[in-house]
Design a protein around this ligand. Structure first.
Ligand code: SF4
Length: 403
């Protein structure tokens, strides 16, 4: 597996596959064809069906600015090589001088048709959680974060410190925002109100729930509004992990070193999911986005609280297991309903997974491994109808479509 730095990317919301990926595709096309004065882009599949709500057209227009740009939407879902496909056509003085097909494969990553994806240096000698455990046993290592240090060196701390700064910023800069999110759903920003409720709540359990929810909402509302966010592991699920880490840092005085180590653990688990399944809602449904985010956040929390590797695996497995089959059905294609609430619930699922890992995992050996639940997510997602994979055709998107 490659470095975990590729898991955490900083970019504009609301969707890693629908904004960051197309942004990279546009940049790549412009590097290839510097002289074009006009560009036509055709968006296919999920990019066409949810591209407007996810801001794909907006990010393309911004990135290609200075050139006459037209964007077409092709809604045909049959025979697509990838659910997120884009074609670029570049013209100079009205003459076609270049065309290229791109696939936005999730987490802001792209593939280019006919080009071998530059091989990312594989720095980890394993691809699974079992492989990780074998490595740890063989080398008498008891801390997953230490494995990351071994293969990435201390340089990764620098990147993760920047990542955490951005996570803090995406929460704090959106926590006092009011008004309505872009689009025609009329979704009001409520992170600030939830935060105020948390401050005024006496019950400690409810207080903790409300603070974590306020942070998850702040990041997700910012994402929906197109703010800069960290893919954790995607934009759509960017509120889950930061909400928990921010809470631990602010309220429980967990120091930066512990937070950075937790990001290492979460990043390594995200890497295992990417390698063996996917983190893309268009590929496997929301289980791959919110499910993965809750899973890695549960593991991060378990690490912060000093749980064993077995318990960290339990937390990660449990959080994902109970999101299996979760569909992606963003209403009108906006990353707002159900996405914002889903980030809040995802963060709370991580918290519960950590508590189960701490108190229940020791009572009975877990019969489901992390690797097995990742496999289950893959086969479940592959058998889901396209309606439930970021096309805004099925589920809630079908029932409450707004004009
Ligand atoms: S429903 Fe889930 S996967 Fe789909 S856009 Fe929303 S957060 Fe992303």
């Amino acid at each position: 597996m490659p470095s975990i730095k590729y898991v955490y990317k900083i970019g504009p919301g609301p969707s890693s596959s629908h904004t960051i990926g197309p942004y990279h595709a546009a940049m790549n096309f412009m590097q290839k064809y510097k002289d074009v004065d006009e560009v036509k882009v055709i968006l296919y599949g999920s990019l066409a069906l949810t591209g407007k709500g996810h801001g794909t057209d907006k990010i393309l227009l911004e990135t290609l600015c200075g050139r006459k740009t037209s964007i077409e939407f092709n809604y045909d879902l049959e025979n697509l090589p990838h659910p997120n496909t884009l074609d670029f056509f570049g013209y100079q003085n009205g003459k076609l001088i270049g065309k290229k097909r791109y696939y936005s494969i999730g987490g802001g990553e792209i593939e280019i048709e006919g080009e071998k994806r530059p091989e990312r240096k594989k720095i980890y000698p394993f691809n699974t959680f079992d492989g990780l455990k074998n490595y740890m046993n063989k080398h008498s290592i008891s801390d997953i974060a230490q494995v990351v240090d071994t293969f990435e060196g201390k340089i990764i701390d620098e990147h993760l410190n920047t990542v955490f700064d951005y996570m803090i910023n995406e929460i704090e800069s959106n926590l006092d925002q009011t008004g309505y999110l872009p689009g025609n759903l009329g979704v009001k920003r409520v992170a600030k109100d939830i935060y105020t409720k948390a401050l005024n709540t006496e019950d400690p359990f409810e207080k903790r729930i409300l603070f974590i929810t306020a942070y998850a909402y702040a990041a997700s509302e910012g994402n929906a509004a197109g703010s800069l966010v960290v893919t954790a592991p995607t934009c759509g699920s960017c509120g889950v992990l930061p909400a928990l880490l921010y809470y631990e840092h602010e309220f429980r005085a967990v120091d930066r070193t512990q937070i950075i180590n937790a990001l290492k653990v979460a990043g390594l688990l995200a890497n295992i999911i990417i390698k063996n399944a996917s983190i893309s809602g268009a590929a496997l449904g929301c289980q791959a986005e919110i499910g993965s985010a809750a899973s890695i956040a549960g593991a991060a929390l378990a690490h912060i609280h000093g749980l064993s590797t077995y318990q960290i695996e339990y937390a990660a497995e449990l959080a994902l297991e109970h999101f299996l089959g979760l569909t992606c059905d963003p209403v009108n294609g906006y990353v707002q309903i159900p996405c914002i609430e889903r980030n809040g619930i995802g963060a709370l699922r991580s918290l519960m997974s950590y508590i189960y890992a701490k108190d229940i995992s020791i009572l009975r050996k877990n019969k489901v491994s992390f690797d097995e639940v990742v496999k289950a997510m893959k086969i479940t997602g592959e058998s889901l109808s396209k309606d439930y994979k970021e096309t805004a055709i099925g589920g809630l998107a079908k029932i409450i479509r707004k004009k």
